[in-house]
Design a protein around this ligand. Structure first.
Ligand SMILES: Nc1ncnc2c1ncn2[C@@H]1O[C@H](COP(=O)(O)OP(=O)(O)OP(=O)(O)O)[C@@H](O)[C@H]1O
Ligand SMILES: [Mg+2]
Length: 337
């Protein structure tokens, strides 16, 4: 809390938000043509806030995050848009300036912890590297801090495990170690891409609690990328629902859960297990479209049970729903319950 207040007092940027993503588009230029993985995405994030990005596999969640960090691999490219962090447009920075941003201001725990951890270095060394680069720690202070970080992410017998290599850890410990590295940069924004897919239910719940604790202690803002509306409900203040490279609905989590306004959001919510429900989970019929050949009109129309002629012809404007911050891109928003 104290740190959050300090951050507000020392706010050095002029824009309204800590992060402001404007009309970001990331395309992959493949042999099959142009894949519009992320296609005109705009959203914002404030200090200490938690934002969920939710959607089916292939909807563009990870590529949105990679675009923000300028880590899109070839043949991908940012073709349009701006990413303002503390008022500074990251798309204009040099590679060197970007490396500093990634370490100090915005970092990401990757979807697969094996790809973010180096298999040939002990886990303690990897946390130490991050701490020495980003916090300038050395010697005994550094060693103690490494153990503290591993304890913070609940690695059992942390002192004894600093020398372990990633393959010697369980999936859950690897995930949490990757978390320790992400947090040790003391970023203002930590992006967690599918933070709990590799974890069983109990460990998942513990890890989410841990992230909440870390947020309370450090005031970090989170972006949670997930396909699970349950995690959004538990962890996030606001949510962006993505479908086929675009945000189809966004808003405060309470508003979106109480008044889901895009039929795709409603389908996602129907897939949530209900405590009292013994019935099978519903799934959404059909497949998301191939980003090389999006349908004209609303991209969800081919799967939408109530699509009208206009839905197949024109992409819908964004409508303001309950409260100014709750938006839906549908020709007939909110008519679907
Ligand atoms: N290196 C690449 N080359 C070509 N296309 C890519 C590449 N990386 C991603 N894409 C395409 O971009 C689209 C969005 O991918 P992205 O990884 O963002 O999906 P996602 O929403 O994170 O899905 P998941 O839930 O499975 O992680 C997909 O259609 C994917 O095939
Ligand atoms: Mg992904």
């Amino acid at each position: 809390m104290t740190q959050q207040m300090e951050q507000t007092e020392t706010k050095s940027y002029t824009g309204d938000h800590l992060l402001d993503v404007k009309d970001l588009s990331v395309y992959f230029f493949t042999r099959r043509g142009v894949a519009r993985a992320v296609d005109g995405v705009s959203f914002h994030l404030d200090e200490g806030e938690s934002l969920g990005i939710v959607g089916e596999s292939g909807s563009g969640k990870s590529v949105t995050a990679l675009g923000m960090l300028r880590l899109v691999p070839p043949p991908g490219e940012i073709v349009k848009g701006e990413v303002y962090l503390e008022g500074e447009d990251l798309t204009k920075l040099s590679g060197r300036q970007m490396r500093k941003i990634r370490g100090r201001k915005m970092s990401m725990i990757l979807q697969d912890p094996m790809t973010s951890l180096n298999p040939s270095f002990a886990i303690g060394n990897q946390v130490a590297e991050s701490l020495s680069i980003h916090q300038g720690l050395r010697g005994k202070t550094l060693k103690n801090k490494v153990v503290d970080m591993l304890k913070m992410v609940r690695i059992p017998a942390a002192e004894a495990r600093v020398g372990d290599f990633p393959h010697q850890l369980s999936g859950g410990m690897r995930q949490r170690s990757a978390g320790a590295i992400g947090i040790s940069c003391m970023p203002k924004i930590l992006i967690c891409d599918e933070p709990t897919t590799a974890l069983d239910m109990t460990i998942q719940a513990q890890y989410l609690e841990l992230l909440k604790d870390v947020q309370e202690e450090t005031g970090v803002a989170f972006i949670f990328i997930t396909h699970d509306m349950g995690i959004v409900a538990k962890m996030c203040d606001r949510v962006n629902v993505m479908y086929a490279g675009r945000i189809v609905e966004s808003g405060p989590v309470l508003d979106v859960f109480r008044n889901p306004s895009h039929p795709y959001t409603i389908s996602l919510l129907r897939c949530l297990p209900r405590l009292e429900a013994v019935e099978r989970l519903e799934s959404i019929d059909g497949q998301p479209p191939d980003p090389h050949v999006f349908p004209s009109g609303c991209r969800f129309a081919p799967r939408c049970p109530k699509a009208q002629a206009i839905c197949h012809e024109t992409y819908p404007e964004t409508t303001v729903m309950t409260g100014t911050d709750h938006l839906a891109a549908c020709h007939f928003p909110g008519d679907w319950k």
